[in-house]
Design a protein around this ligand. Structure first.
Ligand code: AMP
Length: 387
């Protein structure tokens, strides 16, 4: 069965076509700069550079490619049985993979206010796919869904109850990734009961405590700005800073949003959100870069420590996403001086993580690098829903 997975952003669509249940990737690619003068569409080594006025033109190019006789991927559009869509925010309404219908789309719209940067683009992806593949089942997989198991003690904020009743609570994000890597970690552990911390360290970053395969706590909250220090987001700050910026320094709410979302994090600390660049400068001894890396790792350590305390132990610590998978420097800094916690790594294995299949630990607690695969997780969950 062929399942297409779409991850639609406001100006891009990433896609992968899977043969399920074999989990085989048939093709993958992306369309970017949608709506701009010069768009780019890439699939395998085929690249088209031309304006893509909307998501529709991008999906049409994909369909042309799939139907092209030379490529022999599909004979007709109906060969694609389902399309799995990443949808960032499911609020309290969506806790499972969901077959899209009119009511589901209305609900995703209602949730625009909770995820203004993501849900509108995700819905455009769904509606375009409906137009182009009218026979395929459209399935929404929500990034918040994995976190619906977070117990009240961890998802409630200590603010007046009426706000909780209005839906103001911790939702958490990157759920598809945390779910995928925690599931892989549980397979490796090979036991029923488990306590795991997954660190999704990409441009956005979050830590999740996973007990027996269920999300128990996570570092992002009502929105995706708090928790760890990220590429351009601040992570945890004192709320009074926001009031100070607005009331004493006359910044508007939009300004503050932009500051905390786009101009903070590693960008603010080191002038770049590309960790490779910061690492290089740190290697040359640049003090700003060294301090930024130390702060970055320290923020992660604090969450690891609190989650070990909360869960009452730890079987495995998992690093994933662009930085988690590739930066031995960050992994070394995060796990430094954690031996008393039962966490320590082998520095050589850490440097050569791929050779050691990501098994870099040197302690009772496993330390693993597990590449994330959100697209595959979406395909698997879509397939499970259909079967
Ligand atoms: P993601 O959002 O998962 O694509 O991750 C993006 C982040 O991963 C950026 O900060 C990149 O600089 C970082 N990254 C990618 N490759 C490497 C690498 N080889 N070493 C260090 N950081 C990397």
């Amino acid at each position: 069965m062929k399942i297409l997975v779409l991850n639609s952003g406001s100006s891009s669509v990433k896609f992968q076509l899977f043969e399920m249940p074999e989990k085989k990737v048939i093709v993958k690619g992306l369309a970017e700069r949608i709506g701009e003068e010069k768009g780019r569409f890439k699939i395998g080594d085929w690249e088209v550079n031309k304006a893509l006025p909307s998501h529709k033109e991008a999906l049409e190019l994909l369909t042309d490619y799939l139907l092209n006789k030379e490529n022999q991927i599909i004979k007709n559009k109906e060969d694609i049985v389902a399309i799995g869509h990443r949808v960032v925010h499911g609020g309290k309404s969506f806790m499972q993979p969901t077959l899209v219908n009119v009511q589901v789309k209305d609900k995703i719209k209602e949730l625009f206010s909770l995820a203004p940067l993501h849900n509108p683009a995700n819905l455009i992806g769904i509606e375009t796919a409906e137009q182009i593949f009218p026979k395929a089942k459209q399935i929404a997989i929500f990034d918040t869904a994995f976190h619906h198991t977070i117990p009240e003690v961890n998802h409630k904020y200590a603010i007046p109850k009426k706000f909780y009743d209005e839906g103001i609570q911790k939702y958490g994000f990157h759920g598809i990734s945390h779910q995928y890597v925690s599931r892989e970690a549980i397979k490796k552990l090979g036991k029923d009961s488990s306590k795991i911390i997954t660190l999704h360290l990409g441009n956005g970053a979050s830590a999740t405590a996973v007990v027996d395969g269920k999300s128990f706590d996570t570092s992002m909250g009502f929105g995706p700005m708090n928790g760890l220090i990220m590429g351009t987001r601040s992570g945890d700050i004192d709320q009074s800073i926001i009031f100070y910026l607005m009331d004493k320094m006359a910044y508007s709410s939009e300004d503050v949003q932009a500051i905390l979302n786009k101009k903070s994090g590693m960008m603010a600390l080191a002038g770049s959100n590309d960790l490779r660049d910061i690492e290089q400068r740190a290697e040359q001894g640049e003090a700003t870069a060294l301090m930024a890396l130390e702060m970055y790792a320290n923020a992660i350590k604090k969450y690891v420590g609190s989650y070990v305390a909360e869960m009452g132990g730890l079987d495995a610590l998992v690093f994933t996403a662009g930085i988690g998978e590739n930066s031995d420097v960050v992994r070394r800094l995060v796990t430094k001086d954690m031996a008393f916690f039962g966490i320590s790594i082998d520095l050589e294995k850490n440097k050569q993580a791929k050779i050691y299949q990501g098994d870099i630990g040197n302690s009772k607690t496993k330390v693993w690098v597990i590449p994330t695969n959100e697209e595959l997780e979406i395909a698997v969950q879509s397939y499970e829903l259909l079967s």
